[in-house]
Design a protein around this ligand. Structure first.
Ligand SMILES: [Zn+2]
Length: 75
């Protein structure tokens, strides 16, 4: 009754997002990398955020060549 799966999920999302820049920089420990990748593989919100972040970090140069048509819809 006192357990709130949604709150737990949100906590995991916060943690995942806090680690994303380190993950993209390759500064994350392998264990944390595995956890982050598992979370982003099933959590649509974090998965989308990671894709967007990766695109940004990947370089604005590359961004110019990419049509915005594959941008996920913002809900
Ligand atoms: Zn999440």
């Amino acid at each position: 009754m006192t357990i709130n799966p949604m709150a737990r999920h949100r906590a995991r999302c916060r943690e995942t997002r806090a680690q994303m820049s380190d993950y993209l920089d390759g500064d994350l420990a392998p264990e944390a990398v595995r956890r982050l990748e598992r979370h982003t593989s099933w959590c649509p919100n974090c998965g989308r955020m990671l894709r967007n972040l990766r695109r940004t970090v990947g370089g604005l140069q590359a961004l110019r060549d990419v049509e915005p048509t594959d941008m996920p819809p913002v809900s």
